[in-house]
Design a binder for this molecule. Sequence first.
Ligand SMILES: Nc1ncnc2c1ncn2[C@@H]1O[C@H](COP(=O)(O)OP(=O)(O)OP(=O)(O)O)[C@@H](O)[C@H]1O
Ligand SMILES: [Mg+2]
Length: 460
Amino acid sequence: MMQDEWTEKYRPKSLSQIIGNEAAANAMRRWGESWKSGVPRIKALTLQGEPGTGKTSAALALASDMGWDAIEMNASDHRNAASIKKVAGLGSAGQTFSPTGEFLSSNQGHRKLVILDEADNLFGREDYGGAKAIVETIRESGQPIILIVNDYYELTRKASAVKTLTEKITFRSLEQRSVVKALASIAHQEHVTISEDILDQIAKNSGGDMRAAVNDLQMMVEGKMVIGAEDALAMGKRNQKKELDESLRAMFGAGTAREARDATLDLDETPDDLEKWIEEAIPPEMPHPEDMAEAFDALSRSDIYLGRTRRHQYYGFWSYAKELMTGGVALSRRHGPRPNVYNYRFPGYFILLSRSKGPRAARESITSKMVEFLHTSKREMNESMLPYLSILAKNDSQLLVKLSRDLAFDEGDIAFLLGEEPDSDRVQMIVSQVQGDETSKPNAKGDAGPSRRRGGLGEF
Ligand SMILES: Nc1ncnc2c1ncn2[C@@H]1O[C@H](COP(=O)(O)OP(=O)(O)OP(=O)(O)O)[C@@H](O)[C@H]1O
Ligand SMILES: [Mg+2]
């Protein structure tokens, strides 16, 4: 199924195909060359930058350009700690593994590039042990290593030696015109014609995240985003749509989690797409605010697993995601009667574009504000706090107003927490209350010093 994903199909195979970020690609190439005459002084790189800008692709492309094998590991999974050391450490003795795991002496063996993804996430928030293991691995390694981080500071805070042991390479968000060019090239290869205007909009909406842009393009081309009357679903799609309507109707009417899951089992939709259909169906299906809040809570948990699947290509997470988005959502209904919904819809393309922030961007924005405030890790915040924060916000406007003031939540953040559009009445009401409070008490922010703000959080 992954082969159907354009992000995989069009993943750069060589550093020369990495779009934008030329300086980064050149620096990686130079470092690669430095391994040709033995183990160089700098044995590891740290790639740092925003999601979807080509870090993982560039690391894999470098390995392919150099004729190296590549091993990708997720540093945040502690089960990998031992194997990371084993793979990197053995190379120092002049040996390495073949891809199937046999030993090869260094003259017949290739170099093996160890790619440590999420090296800033390690094994929990304060895992200095994990950080130390990474540092030791680099020191002992006879093999090239690439660390990948979103947050360089987070890694060096735990392992300051990384600053001197590795060369830091930054990946920047792509420029809109680079994204447009890449999208145009993909569209050409797929034999589809799309106006420059729409490509511009997709690129703009992606905020320089190429993965997001390519995914949007694919969704649009596959007719899952509505772009206008003349592009109404074609005949083949119509049958699929009927099947989808029936499955969703059965899922939302299910009495048990299993029934809900089984209702969508035969659908020919990726979990990512199914999630979007379900997201769009929750408000009409679950008009009661408490039910809706709970359903969105289940969906946001499912989204976390989907995100992990996307990032790590680890499909084991899919089943959790599906349980949550089907059973978790369906069983959220506690208040009847069930409305008659017969025609489900996929979020329209222009509806998506008109949102001031996509749900993921908004969640990211809220998370980073909360992380700073609570001194907790992003992961912990996403996993355990955000869903509750959302429930609290939906049930207590005053709390939401207070939080928004303390943490400078904007319209998009508030909309996300409430599960509504930024221009909805409820969001606008909260926004005006937040602003009202600010103007009537010009010193409100200054008064609320760090200790008081902490105290305030104790209330929930
Ligand atoms: N600079 C780029 N040039 C060409 N394609 C890109 C580039 N960046 C991203 N892509 C596309 O987006 C997909 C995801 O990119 P990649 O996995 O390399 O991003 P990343 O920086 O590792 O993101 P994350 O931080 O989320 O892991 C690629 O498979 C490719 O299709
Ligand atoms: Mg990556």
